[in-house]
Design a protein around this ligand. Structure first.
Ligand SMILES: Cc1ncc(COP(=O)(O)O)c(C=O)c1O
Length: 410
C-alpha cells in the first residue's frame, strides 16, 4: 500500500501564514520603512517625507560625511566593484590591509581582520579560537551574534562548553568560573564574553571588573564593542577607554563598521597577532566567504581617520546624549540610565511599543519600538539613539514629541 504525505510546500505555507497572521492580528507585524536618500539626522521616508531620525547607529554622523563618501568613490574607481574571491585565494586588496592596520592602531592591539559583518566575525571567533575542554561564558544579555556564534562553536567542536552568567553579575560569573575550574572536562581556556555597550539596554559591560575577575581565574576576555567604538571614551576608542583600560587589556574585540565607524557594513576581530593568524588560517568565514567590498573598506578607513583626528565629534555626541537624556527624564519617562547613546524607554507590551513608535512617526520623529523576539516578552521598548549629527533643534523636536506621547498615554 502506498502512503501519501502532505506536501512540504503545503505544510510550509500553512505554518508560515499562521505565524504571519498571528503577528498581524496582535499588532506585532513589522513594516519595513523605505528611505529615499542618505542616512543623517533627518531622513526622507517614503510616504512620510522628512523625519528626524533617532533609530540609526550613525552615532558620529559619518555615514554620509563627504570625505567618507569620497573615499568609497575613489576606492570604487581604483579597485572596482567586487573582490570576486575569498581573501586567501585572491581576494585581499590593499584597502583591507590598510583598514586592518587602522583598526588595530585605533583600538591599541596588535592586529585585526575584517569580515562582511560583525555577525560573521562572531561566527568566526568562537568556533576558530575555542577548543574542546574550553568553556565560553556569556552575559545573559549579550547580542544575538554572540549567542549564535557560541552555539555554532559548540556544535562544531564537541567537548567545548558554554554557560551564561546573570547580566553584569560578577559574583555569578565567579561562581560559574569556579565550577568550571572544578570540572575535569573543562581544563582548557575559560573565555568570558560581553557586549561593551548592551544594544537593547544601552548600559555598559563592566570591563574593569570583568578584567579583574578574568585575571583571578585565568580567563580570556572578549568584548563586542559594536555600540561602544566611536562612542565611549574621551577619544571614542570604546568602552575599554571609558573604563581606563588600554586595548591589550581586552584579549579580543569584535566590532562593526556599520555603526559609528562610517555606518557602511563590515565587522572585525582585533587582538593578538597569533589569534588573528589563527582566524586567517582556520576561520570558516575567512576560508569560505567573500571579502569586505573594497569600497566599504576605503570608506570605513577614512571614517576612522576622521575620528582619530577629531575626537571633538565624540564630545558633541556626549553633549547631545546628556541633553536628550535630561529632556526625556524631565518628561517623566523612565529611561535606563547610562552614559551611552542608546536611551531605551521601557513600555512593556510589544504592540504598545509599535503603536507608540507609529504615533511618533506621525509627529515626524522616527524612533523604533522593539518587542519580542528582539527583547524578552513584557519588556518592549522605544529605543532612542542619539547622534553627534543631531543639532539642538532635532533633540528639541524629539523631546516635544515624547512629551505629547506621555501626555496621551500617561
Ligand atoms: C552588539 C552588536 N554586535 C553585533 C552586531 C551586528 O553587527 P553587523 O551589522 O556588523 O553584523 C550588532 C548589530 O545590531 C550589535 O548590536
Amino acid at each position: 500500500m502506498t502512503m501519501t504525505h502532505e506536501r512540504g510546500s503545503d505544510i510550509f505555507a500553512s505554518r508560515t501564514t499562521g505565524v504571519l497572521s498571528e503577528l498581524e492580528s496582535s499588532g506585532q507585524l513589522k513594516h519595513l520603512q523605505m528611505i529615499d536618500g542618505p542616512m543623517g539626522p533627518s531622513i526622507e521616508l517614503r510616504g512620510r517625507g522628512t523625519v528626524d531620525c533617532f533609530c540609526s547607529n550613525n552615532y558620529l554622523g559619518l555615514a554620509n560625511h563627504p570625505e567618507v563618501v569620497q573615499a568609497g568613490l575613489d576606492g570604487l574607481k581604483q579597485y572596482g566593484a567586487g573582490t570576486a574571491s575569498v581573501r586567501f585565494i585572491c581576494g585581499t586588496f590593499e584597502p583591507h590591509e590598510r583598514l586592518e592596520r587602522t583598526i588595530a592602531g585605533f583600538l591599541g592591539v596588535e592586529a585585526a581582520y575584517t569580515f562582511v559583518s560583525c555577525w560573521t566575525a562572531s561566527e568566526a571567533i568562537f568556533p576558530t579560537l575555542c577548543e574542546p575542554g574550553d568553556i565560553i561564558i556569556s552575559d545573559e544579555l549579550n547580542h544575538a551574534c554572540i549567542i549564535d556564534g557560541m552555539r555554532l562553536a559548540t556544535v562544531i567542536k564537541k567537548g567545548l562548553h558554554k554557560a551564561v552568567y546573570r547580566h553584569s553579575d560578577m559574583d555569578h560569573l565567579r561562581e560559574v568560573l569556579q565550577q568550571a575550574h572544578a570540572n575535569p572536562d573543562m581544563t582548557g581556556v575559560p573565555w568570558v564574553v560581553t557586549d561593551g555597550v548592551f544594544s537593547m539596554e544601552g548600559d555598559l559591560g563592566k570591563l574593569d571588573e570583568l578584567r579583574a575577575v578574568c585575571d583571578e581565574y585565568g580567563a580570556m576576555l572578549v568584548v563586542d564593542d559594536s555600540h561602544g567604538t566611536g562612542v565611549m571614551g574621551d577619544t571614542g576608542r570604546g568602552t575599554h577607554e571609558y573604563f581606563g583600560l588600554v586595548g591589550d587589556q581586552i584579549d579580543f574585540f569584535t566590532g562593526t563598521l556599520g555603526k559609528a565607524l562610517g555606518g557602511g557594513a563590515g565587522g572585525y576581530i582585533a587582538g593578538s597577532k597569533a589569534g588573528i593568524e589563527m582566524i586567517v588560517q582556520r576561520g570558516r568565514p575567512t576560508l569560505f566567504s567573500n571579502a569586505l567590498p573594497t569600497t566599504v573598506a576605503c570608506s570605513a578607513n577614512r571614517a576612522i581617520e576622521l575620528l582619530r583626528d577629531d575626537p571633538g565629534m565624540v564630545q558633541k555626541l556626549r553633549d547631545n546624549v546628556a541633553y536628550a537624556r535630561k529632556g526625556i527624564g524631565e518628561i517623566g519617562f523612565e529611561v535606563i540610565q547610562s552614559p551611552t547613546a542608546i536611551c531605551p524607554i521601557i513600555v512593556g507590551d510589544t504592540a504598545k511599543a509599535i503603536a507608540m513608535s507609529n504615533e511618533l512617526l506621525d509627529m515626524g520623529v522616527f524612533v523604533i519600538g522593539f518587542g519580542y523576539p528582539v527583547v524578552p516578552e513584557g519588556t518592549a521598548r522605544l529605543r532612542v539613539q542619539i547622534s553627534a549629527a543631531h543639532e539642538q533643534a532635532h533633540l528639541d523636536r524629539l523631546i516635544k514629541a515624547l512629551a505629547e506621547l506621555k501626555a496621551k498615554h500617561g
